[in-house]
Design a protein around this ligand. Structure first.
Ligand code: KG4
Length: 333
């Protein structure tokens, strides 16, 4: 069984193939450099770039896979939401047309489910249940993953996502997009205790809020002369505050669900400081923590192809009537 996956929910055009032996190919055209000048993703530019790149990427992926003797495709899986509507429509139109012309099933995949399942790409034997901390550009969520297709959202951000907050802080400091890797690099030379930024821990139960933290960083930048060391100290202090909040709420969720395994997914889970702090804290309470290979942290088609493969393999009914839904909640799958 072999599934071709298409990802176009935001600013990464992805095409991948997953089969019974695992991941065959994972190709990506990253639009990040095109959005850099806007300091964030420009939706219109994103859909146009998907349109330019999706067919050449599918073509090269199929050609490459033929080279290694993998010819037949049994189904097409594509990201149907949540995401930017114009971008989703590109992947949906191409994926559905391709499936129609080949006479094979088409599987609309929820992007969040793709992230939740992404650790299986690295670790086929990852056992359910586990707690998933999804930290990306569009989402900050704590999800209890009882089994494949059985998800319970325990907490989410009530305002900005963590990734968005990293991107905004980078912009405030005069740097580009995506901000996460830039802040992470700056923070390596900074003093994480020089500035104290708010940590909204006690409020909102298991929900997160990052807008106060973002405003506080903004005000600190305005009040201080931006010397090289100050910039690094702000980056490190900000990263430290983010990690504290994520660790605090995650620990409560681990206790609540009695989960023994934690999996960090999404673009921000590539952050090395967060990985370090989370590993230390989980070790203290005797829980296992899993991370995803960096190429699978940010948006990619491998996780979409894998999700489609699992739907097909387990014969779980997927939403046939679904085409795209920019606000498709993981609770509704
Ligand atoms: O998972 P992703 O591609 O987007 C969504 O599915 O929404 O994540 C992109 C986000 C961006 O906000 C980017 O700044 C952040 O992940 N990111 C990082 C790092 N690498 C990417 N944030 C913190 N540290 C990193 N090393």
């Amino acid at each position: 069984m072999r599934v071709l996956g298409i990802e176009t929910s935001c600013d990464e055009t992805g095409v991948a193939i997953y089969d019974d032996d695992g991941l065959v190919l994972n190709n990506l055209f990253s639009q990040a450099s095109f959005h850099n000048i806007y300091g964030g993703v420009y939706p219109e530019v994103s859909s146009r770039l998907h349109l330019d790149n999706i067919i050449p990427l599918i073509k090269s992926t199929i050609e490459e896979s033929c080279l290694i003797g993998k010819k037949r495709i049994d189904a097409i899986a594509y990201t149907a939401g949540p995401g930017l509507i114009g971008s989703l429509l590109v992947g949906a139109s191409v994926g559905r047309s391709l499936a129609f012309s080949l006479g094979i099933p088409v599987i609309p995949i929820n992007h969040i489910e793709g992230h939740i399942l992404s650790p299986i790409l690295d670790n086929k034997n990852l056992r359910f249940p586990f707690l998933s901390l999804l930290v990306s550009g569009g989402n900050t969520k704590l999800i209890y993953v009882k089994n494949f297709h059985e998800y319970k959202v325990l907490g989410r951000s009530i305002d900005d996502s963590v990734g968005e907050t990293f991107d905004k802080v980078s912009k405030f400091l005069g740097f580009g997009y995506p901000g996460g890797p830039i802040i992470s690099k700056l923070a390596k030379n900074g003093d994480k205790n020089r500035f104290y930024f708010p940590r909204p821990m006690k409020k909102n139960g298991l929900n997160f809020s990052f807008s106060g933290l973002k405003t506080s960083v903004f005000n600190t930048i305005r009040r201080n002369k931006m010397k090289k060391q100050t910039i690094s100290d702000i980056a490190a202090s900000f990263e430290n505050a983010v990690a504290d909040v994520l660790v605090y709420k995650t620990k409560i969720a681990m206790n609540l669900t009695k989960a023994n395994r934690l999996v960090l997914v999404g673009g921000v889970s590539a952050n090395s400081y967060l990985r370090y702090v989370m590993s230390c804290e989980m070790r203290k309470i005797d829980k296992k923590v899993f991370f995803v290979k960096k190429e699978f942290c940010t948006d990619n088609a491998a996780m979409i192809a894998l999700s489609g493969y699992l739907y097909l393999k387990k014969s779980i009914k997927f939403k046939h009537e679904m085409v795209v839904d920019a606000n498709w909640s993981i609770s509704e799958i």
